[in-house]
Design a protein around this ligand. Structure first.
Ligand code: ZN
Length: 387
């Protein structure tokens, strides 16, 4: 520790370390942005979170940070798509997400995300660590050669990850849209440029092409079969079945209704998808597929990302510890950041969240975030300080 590094000591009670371990009654010393030591309680401390449950800062691998409601309370929509260039709305979404305990999010994504990411990195605004795909690749992006050039362009523009839509929306049936050749070109060009690929895929066909192309993560997967899950398990592909997005649309139906494909038929398809989502989560668990935590947070869901924990545990039957691992060490690994975030251990970034209650006993404790630290800086604290 050099003389300019500030040491912060947290007094902790119950600690879930993000990789399945549980610690009790310890002090965490943080030097600058990183966890320095974890050990028995000493004399002095700065923050007492011993009445709470401490975890690594949560990671949401699938958000759309720029989606927002307009001043009339309806989805902001222009020229056939969600408005994604409103800086204050995006910044507000990022802040709400951080206050809800999420210290890293992956936005998949909009061109405006990069300005927000850079403002957060420069500490102009409080927000989670933000990764972005910028604009996604779709069936309309062109032939494989054009797609390869487009992926290289995204990389030049500063994308952290490449997002592709291998299938239609669940509101439009979820069938494969990109050809196998388009999917392969996207994943291959991304890999050549050192980037991961996150694939929107509901149908087995589109998902299988993506998995065989070596993509990193399959999103949604409401309609995928056991053979595809087996292939994911074999290849180590990550899987992110999102519950919150469906509930959020249903809870906010009047804010979306009759915009784009948010029709009566679209909402009926989302109602039908909910039990399938629980079913595919169970089938994936049974096969040892690497499950990560993502919400597909759009307008209405920012700051409520932790509801995904409640849905996965209560409706999907996922054990609470497994859901927490999915949102910490497993999510970090899926982002290629497993050496920096997602685990409470010496040398890791001091990204921490503490909640009132123990989510292993009552998963709704995730709604009661009392303390948030990101990179060693306290950004939310409703705990007592000594003296
Ligand atoms: Zn999405």
């Amino acid at each position: 520790m050099n003389e300019t590094t500030i040491r912060t000591v947290l007094r902790a009670g119950t600690v879930l370390d993000g990789s399945g371990g549980v610690l009790h009654d310890i002090d965490l010393a943080i030097d600058g942005s990183r966890i320095a030591t974890i050990g028995p309680r000493g004399e002095a401390f700065h923050y007492d979170v011993s009445g709470l449950t401490l975890m690594p800062g949560w990671i949401d691998t699938h958000v759309h940070v720029a989606w927002h409601f307009d001043r009339d309370g309806r989805l902001a929509w222009r020229d056939g798509r969600a408005v994604q260039d409103s800086p204050y709305d995006s910044a507000g979404n990022a802040y709400a997400t951080l206050m809800a305990g999420f210290t890293t999010v992956q936005s998949v994504g909009a061109p405006s995300d990069s300005a927000l990411r850079d403002a957060i990195d420069r500490e102009l605004l409080p927000g989670p660590r933000l990764l972005t795909s910028l604009e996604a690749i779709t069936a309309a992006s062109g032939d494989p050669a054009t797609i390869r050039a487009l992926v290289r362009q995204r990389i030049d523009e500063g994308a952290d990850v490449i997002k592709l839509f291998a299938t239609a929306s669940i509101r439009d049936g979820g069938a494969q849209t990109m050809s196998d050749a388009q999917i392969a070109a996207t994943c291959d060009a991304a890999r050549a440029g050192g980037l991961r690929t996150v694939v929107h895929a509901h149908a087995s066909a589109g998902a299988l092409a993506a998995i065989r192309s070596g993509c990193t993560t399959i999103e949604h997967g409401v309609l995928i079969g056991d053979d595809v899950l087996d292939e994911m398990a074999r290849r180590g592909t990550y899987f992110d079945p999102n519950f919150l997005v469906l509930h959020n649309y249903l809870d906010n139906k009047h804010r979306f209704f009759n915009i784009g494909n948010y029709t009566d038929d679209g909402f009926a398809a989302m109602v039908a998808a909910l039990p399938r989502n629980a079913d595919v989560l169970q089938r994936a668990r049974a096969r040892g597929v690497k499950l990560v935590f993502g919400t597909d947070a759009v307008a209405g869901a920012h700051g409520r990302n932790a509801e995904e924990f409640v849905y996965r545990v209560r409706d999907g039957g996922q054990p609470a510890m497994e859901a927490i691992i999915a949102a910490t060490s497993m999510a970090a690994a899926s982002l290629g950041l497993g050496d920096h975030i997602g685990t409470i251990a010496p040398g890791m970034e001091a990204d921490l969240v503490a909640v009132d209650g123990n989510p292993l006993d009552d998963i709704t404790a995730v709604r009661r975030v009392a303390f948030v630290m990101k990179g060693g800086r306290v950004l939310k604290s409703v705990v007592r300080r000594p003296g």
